[in-house]
Design a protein around this ligand. Structure first.
Ligand SMILES: Cc1cc2nc3c(=O)[nH]c(=O)nc-3n(C[C@H](O)[C@H](O)[C@H](O)COP(=O)(O)OP(=O)(O)OC[C@H]3O[C@@H](n4cnc5c(N)ncnc54)[C@H](O)[C@@H]3O)c2cc1C
Length: 456
């Protein structure tokens, strides 16, 4: 990109415009997954929506790639590109809570931690993910699975409206009342339709929760997984949580001589009355003795940030995922074979429950179609040293090959790896054709193609 062309962009943008010769370029081009090493022509950190409009028009007019970055967590690295424009929304993270209406509007670069901290002050929360540094935009546009999903639905089920800059640089607000087709597509269709500059959410009265992580011996893993399958089918909807295969990190509540051992962990979140938490978790305690636990009342944002240190930016990432309708004995056996082989303390496998309120939304009511699934499984390979890439990707692939044939063909788009592009049709499922229609209307030239792409 010529200096003159860049100069035009700098004149139009109030926020930061960072080109390869500018200070901070290497930090600005980095995304969360350290396997991704791309060199954009320019990174724009907008100060406001007007800057986003300018940057979108600039990319369109110059015919270059455009990548959108919210929290930067995309495992395939969709938040960056070679030689094109990156719009990095980390400069727009404000959150405004309306406590009377029980709503919050978060700017497009806000993280879950930003949203939760702002709403906690009012004793309110909505469904988000399990790590506080994940971007609220990328997470929500794919669906949004987290501790509160059984009670309140996916993040998209709580979305009231979104401000969007579309491919021609114009600004629209999408909701049930305005641009309803776009609003439908945004709720599960990923970053295909424009740059979301803010999201308005419905909030719910959740302040402190009862829960935390529990570690069970591997010899009890089968019993815990089978208990989970049966319990979660009709557990009270205020109960969220998931089992995981996890190497014990060096945390004070885990006996020192067990640090580095592999366990079947269970992370529980009871968002109902605090004084009921202990009795709700008793059946799980009765399954098998716990080797270590850190369970009790805590602020919801504390649980949401509890595992951040396990997944700092800069790890290598390789993930695979499937939806699961029936957690059969056969699939549990496959987990029991591969889960205990988890090779790194950062790596894990989670089985998230997505029944309850998630099932009360019709599969064509939003772009997220897989409402029949009871679980979203993710095998998340994360490790620090590139020298270990082969061993870790092999663990993920072997695990996936054993479990995928026993699962739904599709998986959650936000858990897809870079080599999952051939699964896009299955992932969008029965809503794919309607998504193409909306794509043709809002982005006929496929400017927004660095994502789980719906070709117009
Ligand atoms: C450690 C970790 C934990 C996770 N935990 C969960 C979890 O608990 N639940 C869950 O549902 N998912 C979870 N995810 C997956 C997560 O939802 C996806 O990685 C998601 O894409 C992250 O969004 P982001 O904004 O941080 O990512 P980015 O890399 O910034 O964005 C990814 C893509 O989303 C789109 N996008 C992002 N922001 C915008 C915007 N403002 N406008 C338009 N498009 C945009 C773009 O296509 C972009 O390329 C996790 C991921 C990681 C790495």
């Amino acid at each position: 990109m010529s200096a003159a062309t860049l100069e035009q962009l700098r004149e139009q943008v109030r926020g930061q415009v960072i080109a390869p010769n500018d200070e901070g370029y290497d930090e600005a081009r980095a995304v969360y997954n350290a396997m991704i090493d791309r060199r954009p022509a320019v990174v724009v950190r907008p100060a406001n929506v007007g800057d986003v409009m300018s940057a979108v028009r600039f990319a369109h007019e110059n015919g270059v790639d455009l990548a959108i970055r919210g929290g930067g967590h995309s495992v395939p690295g969709f938040g960056t590109c070679d030689d094109g424009v990156v719009i990095d929304l980390s400069s727009m993270r404000g959150v405004r809570v309306d406590p009377a209406a029980r709503t919050a509007r978060a700017e497009g670069g806000a993280t879950l931690g930003d949203l939760n901290a702002a709403t906690y002050a009012f004793g309110l929360a909505t469904t988000g993910g399990i790590i506080s540094t994940t971007g609220i935009s990328g997470l929500t546009l794919g669906g949004g699975i987290g501790y509160l999903a059984r009670g309140f639905g996916l993040s998209i089920d709580n979305l009231i409206s979104a401000d969007v800059v579309t491919a021609d640089g114009s600004f629209v607000t999408a909701s049930e009342r305005e641009h309803a087709d776009l609003f439908w597509a945004l709720r599960g269709g990923g970053g295909n339709f424009g740059v979301v500059t803010s999201l308005e959410f419905q909030l719910h009265p959740v302040k402190d929760i009862y829960g935390g992580p529990m570690f069970f011996e591997l010899s009890d893993a089968g019993d815990v997984l089978r208990w989970y399958r049966d319990f979660i089918a009709d557990a009270p909807e205020a109960f969220g949580g998931f089992p995981a295969f996890q190497i014990a990190p060096p945390l004070p509540f885990i006996p020192e001589d067990r640090h580095g051992d592999t366990f079947l962990a269970f992370v529980a979140c009871w968002a109902g009355p605090l004084d009921e938490g202990e009795s709700v978790l008793k059946p799980l305690h009765d399954v098998a003795p716990v080797a270590a636990e850190h369970v009790g009342p805590m602020p919801y944002p504390a649980l949401n940030g509890a595992f951040d240190a396990l997944v700092p930016p800069g790890l290598q990432h390789y993930w695979k995922a499937n939806f699961v309708t029936e957690l059969t004995d056969e699939i549990i056996d496959a987990h029991l074979k591969h889960g205990p082989e988890v090779p790194a303390v950062n790596s894990t496998m989670h089985i998230y429950p997505i029944n309850g309120a998630c099932h009360r939304v019709a599969s064509d009511a939003t772009a997220f179609t897989h409402r029949e699934a009871n679980f979203a499984t993710v095998i998340a390979g994360m490790w620090p040293d590139p020298a270990d890439n082969d061993a870790n990707t092999k663990w993920v692939r072997d695990y996936y090959e054993a479990t995928a044939p026993l699962s739904e063909e599709a998986g959650y788009i936000n858990f897809m790896a870079g080599d999952d592009q051939d699964r896009i049709r299955a992932n969008y499922g029965s809503n794919y054709d309607r998504l193409v229609t909306v794509k043709r209307q809002y982005d006929p030239d496929n400017l927004f193609h660095l994502n789980q792409n719906i070709a117009p």
